[in-house]
Design a protein around this ligand. Structure first.
Ligand code: ATP
Ligand code: MG
Ligand code: FE
Length: 351
């Protein structure tokens, strides 16, 4: 089926078009620059930017895919989780299009959409080839989420194994970058500064990794203690009149995040006897996260899948892809009474 996907859960206005598992267009307009001076995504600014970007992005996507609105078989939209005001713009636009064009509408889960990105037949950079097999463990890490999922079936069976109990991993990158005096978004800056740094220079804590955490929080994450530890270390160094070794701090911090993310993801694979791990979300751009995932998965015989970065960060193509899979599996469209749901649980694949 030819499906249009609309994604507006955070700061990316994403319009994607797919035919089955073939990617035809993936247009992304980000309001990241507008949030830069605030050091994080401002919900109202994001919502307004979606309003402005939606129609031009839609037109660009239709042109890129060389299709018309009339030719579409269905529309898919992210209904949650995400920022309420931002989600509402996409949901409103999707309903308007569906009603005016008389097309079926699928309201889908953003997190499951990240997994759906892997369905698209564009070359992934992990060790996996061919279609994604199930079950798989999926680690989704971005500015808003750090979630570990067990996906038994993309369109019918997703379990949330764990998630962050405080900051998201990307948020930790952004906050630590800020305290080091680096611009927003912090992830790419930390990556840049960490080059040449010694990842073992400072032993920063790995959140929720101690024996006592293992029962209740085996697959959960925590990054606020790490952020505080970096802040304290930097402060003490400055107080002592020493210069802060930026490269070492960045490399050591990055090592801590990458280590705990990959350790827990691989533990989930082992515990459930699943030799597959899929990564998604903007933090997957991190050089050390990718490297460590590749090393450890290879050592453990786990197939690693990383969609191309343009499909790892928020985008509309992944939403269209999930919509197409729902159609192929025979799922009925959503009824129009759904709304934006900022806390939609990962287990609810279609609203
Ligand atoms: P959502 O949580 O809804 O998916 P988001 O906009 O926060 O939304 P993305 O756009 O996927 O998610 O990712 C942005 C985040 O990824 C930011 O926090 C940014 O710092 C982080 N990031 C980007 N590049 C890197 C990198 N090289 N290393 C670490 N983090 C990175
Ligand atoms: Mg974003
Ligand atoms: Fe996302």
């Amino acid at each position: 089926p030819l499906v249009l996907g609309i994604e507006t859960s955070c700061d990316e206005t994403g319009i994607g078009i797919v035919r089955g598992s073939t990617l035809l267009a993936n247009v992304i307009s980000s309001s990241m620059d507008e949030h830069a001076r605030y050091g994080g995504v401002v919900p109202e600014v994001a919502a307004r930017a979606h309003l402005e970007a939606l129609v031009p992005a839609l037109q660009a996507a239709l042109a890129e895919a060389d299709v018309t609105l009339d030719e579409l078989d269905a529309i898919a939209v992210t209904s949650g989780p995400g920022l309420s005001g931002a989600l509402m713009v996409g949901v409103g636009a999707a309903k308007a299009l569906a009603v005016s064009l008389d097309k079926p509408l699928y309201a889908v889960n953003h997190l499951v959409g990240h997994v759906g990105a892997d369905v698209l037949d564009s070359p992934s950079t992990g060790s996996g080839t061919g279609p994604l097999e199930y079950p798989t463990v999926a680690l989704l890490v971005s500015g808003g989420h750090t979630s570990l999922l067990l996906v038994r079936d993309l369109v019918s069976d997703v379990e949330l194994l764990g998630e962050t109990i405080d900051d998201a991993a990307g948020e930790a990158f952004d906050k630590v970058a800020r305290l080091l005096g680096l611009p927003y978004p912090g992830g790419p800056e930390i990556d840049r500064v960490a080059v040449g740094g010694d990842p073992k220079a400072i032993r920063f804590p790995r959140g929720l990794s101690q024996q006592k955490d293992m029962e209740k929080h085996r697959y959960d994450f925590s990054f606020s203690g790490l952020k505080t530890a970096v802040a304290r270390w930097v402060e003490q160094t400055r107080d002592a009149g020493d210069e802060v070794p930026l490269a070492d701090v960045a490399a050591s911090f990055r090592e801590s995040v990458a280590d705990i993310l990959i350790t827990k993801a691989i533990a989930a694979c082992h515990d459930h006897g699943i030799p597959r791990l899929l990564l998604g979300g903007g933090v997957v751009a991190n050089a050390r996260v990718r490297e460590l995932a590749a090393e450890r998965c290879a050592a453990e015989g786990i197939e690693l899948r990383i969609p191309p970065l343009s499909l790892c960060t928020d985008n509309g193509a992944m939403i269209a892809a999930l919509g197409a899979q729902l159609i192929i599996a025979g799922h009925a469209p959503s009824t129009l009474d759904f709304g934006a749901d900022s806390t939609l649980p990962a287990t609810v694949i279609q609203a």
